[in-house]
Design a protein around this ligand. Sequence first.
Ligand SMILES: [Mn+2]
Length: 383
Amino acid sequence: MKPSPRGPLPPHHDVRARHAAALHRAPRMAVLRSKLTGEVRPGADPHRVKLERLVHYAKGHARALVLTHDNPDPDSIASAVALAHLLRQLAGVEAIVAYGGIVGRAENRALIRVLKLPVVPISRVVFDDHDLICMVDTQPEQGNHSLPARHFPDVVIDHHPERPETRLAPIADVGEQVGATSTVMVEYFRASGLPMPPQLATALYYGVKADTRDLGRQTTKADVDAYLWLFPMVDKEALGEIEHPRLPLEYFQLYHAAIERALVYEHAVVCDLVEVYAPDMVAEVAERFMFLEDVKWSVAFGEYQGQLYFSLRTSDRRMNAGRLIRDVIEEKGGSAGGHGSMAGARIPLSGMGPLARARFKAELVQRFLREFGVRARKGRRMV
Ligand SMILES: [Mn+2]
């Protein structure tokens, strides 16, 4: 195997030193989306400009790694596969897509299986074999990805609010409010003029659809445009299989337990799932309980492999779920992210016995209830 042009990094490379070096890397090619309009000469297509910069940067590299966030959702998977395709076709680099955690939800497993998407678990990746590291649908500081701290991505494409460190990436396309990273990838694709393979169209379409909940949540004109542009190319039969998959027995067992354990406090539902068979079931349950009449807040949490996963949903437009969950979780040593109406977090539970865990969870629930403005001391059972 050829050594990567930049060579492997020393094993205990100081991250801060590397970031400082990145700051002085010249010329800095960051394409911060929110600032893009100012940089582009009048009349130039801004998407075309972004694409050209990405391709120009990628060209001197040999092997790209495109990383999703952990326990990837459809938006993350579709965006990563699309970026890898663009890098192969336009920059001539080899590109693989990898994810940390597991693909849990049946829909997400079906997405990969039905469309035969080439994605691999991160355990199969040797980071030093890659000289171009890309990250989609998350950012270095977000904490929900498996890029080791001694590496920093070259390319970051994400629709979540911009984190300061992301500016250190040579190519960063972040900061504009769009409903899905898949929408951003569709813009690159359209600018490229490349033919869109049906599997990719289907994946990106489902990415936009899932993140915006059928264009009904945090949707912009760009999301609608991407959705409509993709629609004629979508493999409808495959999409049907993805959206309505067979479910494992554990799914029904978990839902049964969730309904029994959920507590309703005024306008909030709190559900301690104890343990989950896949981390993204926490989000699925939080989302589902938002459907209960009069509920404005829904929080669900459960353990998976020594970590406590949280998911938060709100319909209160004055509140920001992403900010709230970061305030609550980051002071407890966890990592969190999200936006206006939906957010997630995880906290390592290592070293905590059963009693300490119970106390820790009770404390977090009280903290969330205070943030929700709930005065009731006791919750009502759903059933
Ligand atoms: Mn997304």
